[in-house]
Design a protein around this ligand. Structure first.
Ligand code: PLP
Length: 246
């Protein structure tokens, strides 16, 4: 029997990252962005994007006050959720694209699904949620820049989609989510964030069940401050907390 310890590349590269310090810095960034535009910082929720990050790092983030973890990949989530275990106030969100055959393992296991991209997908979720006897909270992903490579609704299709999805008793639309085109300059994302906010505001008048469309899930490590200035209620931060992905 060998007692050699093997260290995975992921653990090695994340060794120098101080998760608690990073969480602190991001919180301060959130606070300053909110104050710049007269918003109450406590209305903005921090979601830690956990793809490729090992469970021990997630536990450090929890200890530093993070209460929402967002996973993109079901298989990773299925390992990490039990490894992190149930903890006071901790919720998991699903922030990746969802293949149809995986939906049965996603619905009911995540508090919010961020990336609903079609009415059909919402209907499929509704069927599974009905069998489970639950109501699944979802966000609709909006492809604000109309990028051919990305999923999500066109902005103009959202009002009609909502009419259909609002009839599904086992899903509740809590808001909108977007992932603008990548740019080194975060200011380039501003018009897209503004568009998502305008879309949300134009819809929040409509009679949506249970409180309706409040959430704007937008902003990542390089542009979350701009997203907050434009109204984000949830920012999804990966590298800003856990360092560069291996
Ligand atoms: C990875 C990911 C993030 C976080 O990205 P960072 O640039 O690492 O902060 C946010 N949202 C989604 C959907 C992601 O896949």
């Amino acid at each position: 029997m060998s007692f050699t310890l093997s260290v995975s590349p992921l653990e090695e590269t994340s060794f120098s990252v101080n998760v608690a310090d990073n969480v602190q810095k991001i919180r301060e960034g959130i606070r300053q962005a909110a104050l710049r535009v007269g918003r109450d910082p406590s209305t903005i929720r921090l979601l830690a994007a956990t793809k490729t990050v090992v469970s021990s790092r997630l536990i450090e983030a929890y200890a530093a006050g993070v209460r929402i973890f967002g996973e993109n990949r079901l298989q990773e989530a299925q390992e990490k959720i039990p490894a992190v275990g149930p903890r006071q106030g901790l919720t998991w969100h699903f922030i990746g694209q969802m293949q149809r055959r995986k939906l049965k393992d996603i619905v009911g296991n995540f508090a919010v699904l961020h990336s609903i991209e079609s009415v059909e997908q919402a209907r499929n979720i509704n069927v599974i949620a009905e069998k489970m006897g639950i109501q699944q909270d979802i966000l609709l992903e909006v492809n604000v820049a109309g990028e051919g490579t990305k999923g999500g609704f066109a902005s103009k299709d959202i009002p009609e989609a909502l009419v259909h999805i609002d009839q599904l008793p086992h899903v509740a639309v809590r808001g909108l989510m977007t992932l603008p085109p990548f740019s080194e300059n975060p200011q380039n994302a501003r018009p897209y964030f503004a568009e998502l906010r305008q879309l949300r505001d134009s819809l929040s008048q409509e009679s949506l069940k249970q409180g309706g469309l409040k959430e704007l899930s937008m902003g990542m490590s390089n542009d979350y401050h701009v997203a907050i200035e434009e109204g984000a209620t949830m920012v999804r931060i990966g590298t800003g907390i856990f360092g560069k992905r291996g």
